[in-house]
Design a protein around this ligand. Structure first.
Ligand code: AQP
Length: 313
């Protein structure tokens, strides 16, 4: 029996943080063996917010290093780069012609980013349709993501429905996979951890960088338990494991932060070591192999799509 397909992608827009890990990479790692799996470098999405070519190049290499360092086996998942498969932007254009401006205007992520001062460029506005193309091009059925992406997966379903209604059954309906308790990892200020909010704990940071970020977690001095510290701590230890520690160190915020640093370090140090050992040669090899596999699927799907919409002569 054919395995169902699973796909997710992250933007090479800066250093990955533990929110990206627990929200997207961990659910991917926990499930990708059960599916035919795809892990994309969402580099064209990054252009909606960043225009720094040297930095983008470096971040593309680093995100593939991250994928490998957290334990993704490139023999078991297709690791590929979005911009190398031009069918993504081609299909996104077709979806742009199917959805309305008022529909796109309801996207929370767009409104939030513009409210935070990001330029309201047309690419940022139509981003959900490029994401729909990323997903639907591969007949993806499962998409591991954080909570902030739930609406975008709904938008991908809408793009599939609009296309199928207009041109006949072509695309599958994808479903988000959001792990309980991991959908929104808080940052050091208690808001959603986000590269653009400057509130992250870096996934591959040095011990000192992790310690600095943890020590800056905002604590509310009114209670025995520093809630922001505790919420992040539950990602690394079970609540049962933490009960004794938080009882013993009641009110001692510095001690609790130090315990959190140790627990983060225990989990990320081996990944950081692997990350440091992966070079650009290996990254290029992985992408070359992954791109070939992705390209074959994307080309076949777009041949069908072009026929269905009527542009193929
Ligand atoms: N705080 C978070 N908690 C849970 N999941 C999260 N994700 C991001 N932040 C959290 C998930 O990580 C994946 C990668 O998303 P992306 O690379 O497209 O970037 P993003 O969502 O825009 O991530 P950032 O760090 O929050 O970047 P900016 O600053 O651009 O907003 C997605 O699955 C996302 O849900």
């Amino acid at each position: 029996m054919m395995k169902k397909r699973l796909l997710t992608g992250l933007q090479p827009s800066g250093d990955l943080h533990i929110g990206n890990y627990f929200g997207a990479l961990k659910p991917f790692l926990d499930t990708y063996g059960e599916y035919e799996s795809f892990l994309m470098v969402a580099d064209y999405h990054t252009l909606t917010s960043k225009k720094d070519s040297e930095n983008l190049k470096e971040n593309i290499v680093n995100i593939v290093r991250s994928y490998l360092a957290v334990g993704v086996d490139p023999q078991k998942a297709v690791i590929f780069k979005q911009s190398d498969i031009s069918e993504h932007t081609e299909l996104a254009w077709i979806f742009d012609t199917l959805v309305t401006v008022p529909f796109l205007m309801q996207a929370h992520a767009y409104k939030d980013k513009v409210a935070k001062g990001l330029e309201a460029n047309a690419g940022l506005f139509t981003y959900p349709m490029l994401q729909a193309a990323d997903i639907l091009l591969y007949d993806t059925e499962v998409v591991p993501v954080g909570e902030d992406q739930r609406q975008h997966i709904e938008y991908a379903r809408e793009a599939a429905t609009k296309f199928n209604n207009a041109f006949g059954e072509t695309f599958k309906q994808p479903k988000e996979l959001i792990l309980k308790g991991l959908g929104v990892v808080p940052g050091v200020d208690g808001q959603k951890m986000s590269k653009s909010y400057g509130n992250t704990i870096p996934l591959f940071g040095s011990r000192d960088e992790i310690a600095k970020a943890v020590m800056s977690i905002v604590t509310d001095s009114s209670g025995d338990r520093p809630e922001n510290v505790y919420r992040i701590h539950t990602l690394f230890k079970t609540e049962a494991e933490l009960t004794g520690l938080y009882e013993e160190k009641k009110g001692k915020y510095k001690d609790l932060k130090e315990a959190l640093i140790e627990d983060i370090e225990a989990q990320v140090a081996p990944m950081r070591e692997r990350y440091e050992s992966i070079d650009e040669v290996e990254v290029k090899k992985v992408l070359k192999e992954g791109n070939e596999k992705a390209q074959a699927i994307a080309s076949a799907k777009m041949t069908t799509v072009r026929k269905k919409v009527g542009v193929a002569l």
